[in-house]
Design a protein around this ligand. Structure first.
Ligand SMILES: [Mg+2]
Length: 259
């Protein structure tokens, strides 16, 4: 850890999966750290690329794990996508997302034959040949591709799983299109969180375990960042890093020593 006294920020944007919990269990000291930051009057927002759940479901999950956080502090890619689609006049979508998430988009018109957008999120085992080929044809017929996020894999207590980014990459390659990404590291996502805080990037610090989403996003937005060595972290990511975290910590509990 760098022995410097950082300027006191006003808020933290904290990743959930791999930073506060991992494989269904809280990370070491994570619950206490959230309580400490709250007690120290820092504003908090929780940014996650998890797309299989709505903010309400994530809130229930975090509470069940023992975290004292509020639903309106949680920003996920699904929420960012709804905000984006709301801003597009009279559009229709073909959704490849979990049923609960599809219900979250209920105000958006669905068109499974000639949509303006193909929206890809967590689709689990429904990412089969027919579903992917149908999406490919829609893209070739002019639809644009939206990815809730582009993570390639994730960890559960049962092992590693392909994430929606793997299927988005497949569709991009086949259709020759580039997906508009809603989750981290997109600017859209971080701006949404900053707007809700009414703070500027220099007043906020990003905390996460994923250098390609959390730290890249922070760097793009010119925010300071903390990389934690839990969750997805691998030491070789620091050899030729795609982005430079301001601090690297063993786990999120070390935050209390810095701030
Ligand atoms: Mg993470």
């Amino acid at each position: 850890m760098q022995k410097i006294s950082p300027t006191r920020p006003k808020a933290f944007l904290i990743d959930l999966d791999g930073t506060l919990y991992f494989k269904g269990e809280p990370c070491p000291g994570a619950i206490e750290t959230v309580n400490y930051l709250r007690q120290e009057k820092y504003q908090l927002r929780f940014l996650t690329n998890t797309t299989a759940k709505t903010p309400k479901m994530l809130h229930e999950q975090m509470q069940a794990l023992g975290f004292d956080i509020y639903e309106d502090e949680i920003f996920n890619a699904t929420y960012a996508c709804l905000q984006y689609l709301r801003a597009q006049p009279e559009i229709s979508c073909h959704f490849m997302v979990d049923d609960a998430v599809k219900a979250f988009f209920k105000e958006i018109s669905v068109d499974d034959d000639a949509p303006d957008f193909v929206v890809v999120g967590d689709y689990g085992e429904r990412f089969d040949f027919h579903a992917l080929n149908h999406a490919f044809r829609l893209l070739m017929n002019g639809a644009e591709l939206i990815a809730l996020q582009k993570g390639l894999y994730w960890f559960s207590s049962e092992g590693m799983f392909l994430d929606c980014g793997a299927f988005v990459t497949l569709l991009e390659a086949a259709a020759g299109k580039t997906a508009k990404v809603m989750g981290k590291p997109s600017e859209t996502f971080f701006k949404l969180a900053l707007e809700s805080l009414q703070l500027s990037p220099s007043e906020v610090i990003v905390v996460g375990d994923d250098i390609t989403s959390d730290i890249v996003g922070a760097q793009t937005m010119e925010m300071q960042s903390i990389l934690v060595k839990t969750g997805k972290f691998k030491s070789d990511q620091l050899e030729a890093p795609v982005a430079e975290p301001t601090w690297v910590l063993k786990d999120v509990s070390e935050l209390a020593q810095l701030f």
